[in-house]
Write a protein that binds this ligand. Structure first.
Ligand SMILES: [Zn+2]
Ligand SMILES: [Zn+2]
Length: 217
């Protein structure tokens, strides 16, 4: 006969709080090229944004976004994330972790300009993002068109209309080249390390010219 009262602990009394993402099992302080994580500076395109660089880093090293989000620093909540802007992101720390040149990282950040001058949501050119490229210039409110393709910049997912906040956080980093809400592609396969370079000399000039006009012209 089974006892009426059981001595085993009651079940299902704790609220179900399944983590939205897997718990980090990699010590981010060890996430360095010494363990085989790589970033080839030849993969960088001119005026590439930090989001674009981090997506490439994830693809090249088969790392999930929640691991890469921790590279931002111990003081930053990876789920909340940060606006990728100069003075907010710790460039030295990222340079150490990613081995991306510090000047490329600085160029990948929004300059220290008022909030109204850049888009608060991820804004992109479908043709560029299909190749796995997003530029800091795509975020500038003064640009309605992609400097390379002349196509209208967009921010809403074509499938569900979601606009992703322009913050480097787990959600955006997990969504490489896809809508973070419904998972629809933003326009193509995105970038992979063995792809041949796509950006023509003409496109490179278009981005670089506009970058210097905007900031130094
Ligand atoms: Zn474009
Ligand atoms: Zn969507």
């Amino acid at each position: 006969m089974r006892p009426v009262a059981s001595s085993s602990p009651p079940r299902n009394t704790a609220p179900l709080r399944a983590p939205r993402f897997p718990i980090l099992t990699v010590d981010e302080r060890k996430l360095t090229p010494a363990l085989g994580y790589v970033f080839n500076r030849k993969w960088l395109d001119p005026c590439e944004s930090l989001v674009s660089i981090l997506w490439k880093f994830e693809r090249a090293n088969a790392l999930p976004g929640h691991v890469v989000a921790r590279l931002l620093g111990p003081d930053i909540d990876p789920y909340e994330g940060v606006v990728p802007q100069l003075g907010i992101v710790d460039v030295d720390r990222l340079h150490e972790s990613l081995r991306v040149p510090a000047d490329a990282l600085r160029a990948a950040l929004l300059p220290a300009i008022p909030r109204r001058r850049y888009s608060g949501v991820f804004r992109f050119c479908r043709r560029c993002v299909a190749h796995g490229y997003h530029s800091v210039l795509h975020q500038m409110e003064s640009n309605a068109l992609c400097p390379a393709h002349g196509r209208a910049l967009v921010s809403a997912c074509e499938t569900c209309g979601y606009e992703a906040p322009y913050r480097v956080n787990v959600r955006l980093l997990e969504a490489t080249y896809h809508c973070a809400y419904c998972g629809a592609s933003y326009g193509g396969q995105g970038w992979t390390p063995n792809r041949s370079p796509w950006m023509t000399a003409e496109y490179r000039r278009a981005f670089t010219r506009q970058y210097f006009q905007r900031y130094f012209g």
